[in-house]
Design a protein around this ligand. Sequence first.
Ligand code: PXG
Length: 464
Amino acid sequence: MSPTTREVQALDSAHYMHPFTDHKSLASKGARVMTRGEGVYVWDSEGNKIFDGMSGLWCVNVGYGRQELVDAAAHQMQVLPYYNSFFQTTNEPATKLAKRIVGLAGDRFSHVFFSSSGSESNDTNVRMVRHYWATLGQPERNVIISRKNAYHGSTICGVSLGGMAGMHAQGGLPVPGIVHIEQPYHFGLAPDQDRDAFGIEAAGWLEEKILEVGPEKVAAFIGEPVQGAGGVIIPPKTYWPEIQRICDKYGILLICDEVICGFGRLGAWFSAEMMGAKPDLITFAKGVTSGYIPLGGVVVGKRVADVLIEQGGEFNHGYTYSGHPVACAVALANLDMIEREGLVDRVREETGPHLAQHFAALSDHPLVAGAETFGMVGGFVLMKDKTCHLAFDPSLDIGMICRDHCFANGLVMRAVGDRMIVAPPLVCTKTDIDEMMKRVRICLDATLKDIQSRGWMDAAHPAG
Ligand code: PXG
């Protein structure tokens, strides 16, 4: 007999230390126990059916319950469940997947370095770009420029590359040699400025930082094409071309972290080129296997690969699970499925525009400001009075209140401060999106009612 919800919660609370969790507070409520998934829905142990508006954690691109991925894993486990790629050894699924991913990334790329997560992949990036410059006789070129409110993972380098102040505060990070510029958040930083002009200005902060550090010391710039965990921050269209121009001007490498953006989420296999950037390295994870099994990596451009392969000698770096045959077999089956079902084109041409229409219409809701989408990601801000850009007092945790109403009404939506974000599975049909947005509206109404009943609004600020 399967254990009761309470029994699972008791075990959880006694033994399981969760990521990013205040355990004292969790213990007082008990964790939500997820039990199964099918399509765009997940179920918890109390029988609640919940629309997964976050694709797990931005990863279940093909939705839940896809038997082909199960079969691919089972078959590979029977044939060769594991072997390493050290000591001049390889395996068939890893080689096939490397070729496939290089093909999706385009002509400027030739190789893939595999890991098991986005964080590990970004650690690989740091090591690889420093090794690249050292190989070229410029070891002093070791500084990496990133952005505030970026998310690049939770390992020491991942956190350091990221720009989350709360993460830096724990453990004395960032490590030396990683510096940050402000993010291109138009709505948050300069809503009254022309969007395209702001994009150019925000990219210019990179040039300022390069000059401050000294161009001869800068190894690379890293950025997510659209910032995900930071709250779905979509840069103005002028931003990435200008970033590319600046990287080219100073000869610095560009790393695009496509852990969220890649594999169709923004309507392209990889999104940087679509936005006007030509990265030298691309970080991937999550959607490569639709989250069914851990896999990540770096797609390595010829500029870097040629130097490392011809002149770099041994790169003293790698993971036990680099090129894991089961993970790679699942990834191949997942990519087959994305291709066969035309999900990338569907996001770009059909479901993405449909989601965008719904988000545009959300602006009639008194709480919603700055709603925007890109492919299958979307975000908006809950505001006390959007007519005068007045935010709620952060201590009220309005985003969390809204998130709780979402759960109570059968929807997973994520809160980042007062920004509410969605990233539904790419298999969503237009009807699924209609259903999700119906729930979004119900949750917004419930949040508004809740805020009103707590007396957090006044006549001058009708929204809250
Ligand atoms: N880069 C990006 C852009 C990410 O979004 C990572 C790297 C790290 O990947 P791993 O596999 O090491 O977790 C991520 C991960 C959130 C949230 O709250 C987002 C991520 C992870 C945890 C929480 O939105 N993204």
